[in-house]
Design a protein around this ligand. Structure first.
Ligand code: ATP
Length: 362
């Protein structure tokens, strides 16, 4: 019952096309992250699922039922927002119990049932000892938990979350990621979670739907999105620093295929049929190794910048007139202006069409 399916959904504001024929499914009990840059249309998608925004075209199904024209109150879901949306002068208890006392729910829950649910929800988010506290006397992280508890108290089968961790500091975000994952498992609810942070999506979601300009780019498990990105947009939205992508010309010689880029030539493990073509080569910074001069199949580069990251470092190098980013173990001997040698780990090579930017399958 609690799977959610968007079928050819279109959203326009005046003449502006915001969502373009979006077809996507979140399975029952799945944790689906919608990942995309600012303005991609993520919040709009969530609002159309909630019924807060009408669709311009297409349909929204909950299970087998068409909910396209169903009012928000009649959809079995709750929402958690980035900005908490709490009543500051009310206590934690009053805020959490609010959805059970709305005019529409009046009389539906006994006082003891409300108390039981508030206790359960508060316990789930670790706030059961702060029920009497006014929410304007709480930290940002605690307010976010109240907002979460207020969504949990309704016990809906679907919970929609819009960047709920955006305002938390880095440490709390990591902690809350773990808690949200646990809550998802405990509740068995279907969760759709909007974020522009790929780490959040990768850490929590069963599957990730990558969107850009109102269009679905790819939907898949975190592993599929990371290791088999369908196009260059998906390839560069996950991973930090982003994947290096450059165009190389391929030519066969002595039964092997060589790529040339910025005046350097290197062997690429591709079939001879690629000879004479140009491809976009994608390689993540952690799949480039710094090797000694004269190593097999290496490229020379000049160090432009070194960013130490504890045990690791990010080295930006120049190959001809272009930049490549390398993430490697910390090596203090590397200095600016120095010539280094790079070797690509071809097990993690990505190939894209130079025109369509779509992944090429060998
Ligand atoms: N009520 C509205 N009227 C007109 N345009 C709108 C309205 N709401 C959103 N938009 C536009 O729709 C596009 C998508 O907005 P949306 O908020 O869905 O993006 P988003 O991916 O959630 O972005 P962010 O990560 O910045 O929140 C934007 O260009 C935005 O300006």
């Amino acid at each position: 019952m609690a799977s959610i399916r968007l079928n050819q959904v279109v959203k326009k504001y005046d003449d502006n096309l915001i969502i373009n024929r979006l077809t996507m499914e979140c399975k029952e009990k799945e944790f689906l992250a919608i990942l995309g840059p600012s303005g991609a249309g993520k919040t709009t998608i969530l609002k159309m699922i909630a019924g807060i925004e009408e669709v311009t075209g297409g349909s929204v199904f909950f299970g087998e039922r068409d909910y396209t024209r169903t009012s928000p109150q009649d959809r079995d879901l709750s929402m958690v927002f980035e900005n908490y949306a709490l009543y500051p002068h009310l206590s934690v208890r009053e805020n959490i119990s609010f959805p059970l006392k709305s005019p529409k729910k009046k009389g539906q829950f006994s006082a003891s049932e409300i108390e039981k649910r508030v206790q359960e929800a508060a316990k789930m988010v670790g706030l059961d000892d702060k029920l009497e506290r006014r929410t304007d006397q709480l930290s940002g992280g605690q307010r976010q938990r109240v907002s979460l508890a207020r969504a949990l108290v309704k016990k809906t089968s679907v919970i929609l979350m819009d960047e709920p961790l955006a305002h938390l500091d880095a440490k709390l975000r990591v902690q809350m990621r773990g808690e949200l994952k646990r809550i998802h498992q405990d509740l068995g609810a279907t969760i759709i979670y909007v974020t522009h942070d790929y780490i959040e999506a990768m850490a929590m979601a069963d599957r990730i739907a990558v969107t850009n300009n109102g269009e679905l780019q790819q939907i898949g498990t975190p592993e599929e999105i990371y290791f088999q990105p369908r196009n260059e947009f998906v390839a560069t939205i996950v991973g930090e620093p982003p994947m290096n992508i450059f165009q190389a010309e391929l030519a066969a010689r002595d039964g092997k295929v060589y790529g040339s880029w910025e005046g350097q030539t290197f062997e690429v493990p591709l079939p001879g049929s690629f000879s004479g073509k140009a491809v976009d080569i994608g390689i993540r910074p952690n799949n480039i190794n710094l090797v000694p001069a004269g190593s097999d199949n290496s490229l020379a580069a000049i160090v432009d910048d070194v960013e130490p990251l504890g045990r690791q470092q990010i080295v930006t190098v120049q190959v001809g007139g272009r930049m490549l980013v390398v993430k490697s173990d910390r090596d203090r001997s590397i200095t600016l202006g120095q010539t280094v040698h790079l070797q690509f780990d071809y097990a993690y090579l990505h190939l894209f069409d130079t025109v369509t930017k779509e992944r090429m399958v060998l």
